[in-house]
Structures are given as C-alpha cells and as structure tokens.
Design a protein around this ligand. Sequence first.
Ligand code: SAM
Length: 291
Amino acid sequence: MPQRTLSDEKNAVQRGTLYLVSTPIGNMADLSSRALKILSTVDFIAAEDTRNSGLMLSRLNIQKPMVSYHEHNRRERGPYIAERLKEGESCALVTDAGTPAISDPGEDLVRLCAAEGIPVTAVPGCCAAVTALALSGLSTRRFAFEGFLPVSGRERSERLKELKSETRTLIVYEAPHRLRETLYDLYGALGDRNIAICRELTKLNEEILRTTVGAACEHYREREPRGEYVLVIEGVTLAEERADYPEDIAAHVALLEESGLSRMDAIKAAARARGVKKNDIYNALIRQDEE
Ligand code: SAM
C-alpha cells in the first residue's frame, strides 16, 4: 500500500478543502504531527469554542484567523464557511476535544460541503468513544455508539427501551451532573449488566471502573461524579440471564432499591424503564399493597 510521509508534497494543504482535525481529549501530547502541520498551514480555523481552541493554538505557537462554528450558529455559519472554501481558501474544523462531528458540531458542515462538491478530508486522532471501548474489557467486535442519551421524557424512555434488546456493546457519553440518573435508568431498563465507567481518559486522573451497573449505582451514591465520562455497557446477548427486569412492579422497584436507589429514585427509574408515568408505578404499588 502506498503511504504518505509527513514531508510528502501531497500532505501540503490543498486549496478549497475542509480538514476535520482531531485534537487531544486531555493530553496535548496526543496531537499528531500532521494535525499540527495542517493547523499551521490552513487559511483559517473553524472552532466550536474559539476561546478554548485559541488557548490550544497559542500553546502550539499557531496564529490563524478563527471563526466560530457551533450548535447555535451552524445554520448561518455553515454556508459562510462553504462559500470561503469555494473561493479556494482551506479550513481546519476543530471542536473542543476529539474528533469533529462525533457528538460535536461538524456533521452538518460535512454534509453541506459534500452536497456542494467541496472536498472534505480528515486528520484522524483521539475519540473518547473508541478509546473507552478499547479500554473497557468488554466485547469490541460489534458496538453501538449512542452519544448522549436524550435527557428526559418519552424520548429518553423509548431510547432506553430500544437499548434493552441491543446485542452490541453500547457506548454512551455522559456529563458528570447527569451520571447518577443515567446509571439508575440503565439499571432500571437493562438490568445488572457489566459496565466500564471510563473517566478523564488520557488525563492525570484517568480511571476505568469495570463493574456492574448495579454496583456502579452504589459506588456513585457515596461519591460525587467529577470529570468527563464514557460508559461502555455490555450488550444483551452476554447478559441475557440478568438483563430482564421483573414483570411484577413491586419486585422491580424492590430490586432497584436493593441496588441503593432511594424509593423515589427507584420509582422514577422503573417508570422510565417501562415507559410509563411515575404515578402509574405509585398507583400499581398502592393497588398491590391493598390486595
Ligand atoms: N468529539 C468528541 C470525541 O471525539 O470523543 C466528543 C465530544 S462530546 C461533546 C464530549 C463528551 O465526550 C464528554 O461529555 C464525555 O462524555 C466524552 N469525553 C470527552 N473527553 C473525554 C475524556 N477525556 N474522558 C472521558 N470522556 C470524555
């Protein structure tokens, strides 16, 4: 296979091209030499957060014009960037960390450029999902990347229901302030599967907790979640025996309470797992008590 070297002329920045440049997820030494070269030679850089990326670029001694491109301005900014690319400028897209377009703005810009015939290429590198999967100790043969789960409502319970029968290893991103609720919901919906909780990957406080979802609920009852997390959860085939929650509502709530959830959290998690309202669970418990 012909391979390029860094000094290869073909590695020089091409006019009118969008480069998706992956940046480190916590350890600056993970920035590739090609990423450095492209960032130093493009005409401009589109960044999710120009302040964050500005700090990174100044540490690298790179001075480049930047434009912001994020969730809230992508509709206007996308066509503006595409226009500049069509005029022959080259652009590097970077996000706060990792691979642009993976649970990050960027997907739309790639689609727009593809539709307009603008060349798009990638400078691959760190991605928290793949790093966590590789470290998880769970099956890596087939996996499903879920990104962030919907935060609430019907969308969340329907997604959890779908995941119950997913046979592939699941990868979920989560913010620290939502970690406990997500663990409770995963326990309520999927049962006590194996899980790897990957925290602060590549950073000084990197930690991989290989445990079960129930034990993780218990663990985080005592500790305040801090830092960035990726959850890697065993798919249903391997966990089949343990995956099902009891049909009986009282037994389901009791099982959740046994894992350390308060009665209130157990009722909420059971409701989300079953895709019903919290009050339906209350009423069923009262009915069962009266029988
Ligand atoms: N594009 C990025 C990538 O390639 O991984 C993901 C961006 S997404 C907006 C941010 C989420 O990625 C965080 O909330 C966390 O779930 C995960 N993440 C990013 N860096 C991480 C790290 N160092 N350790 C653990 N999780 C991380």
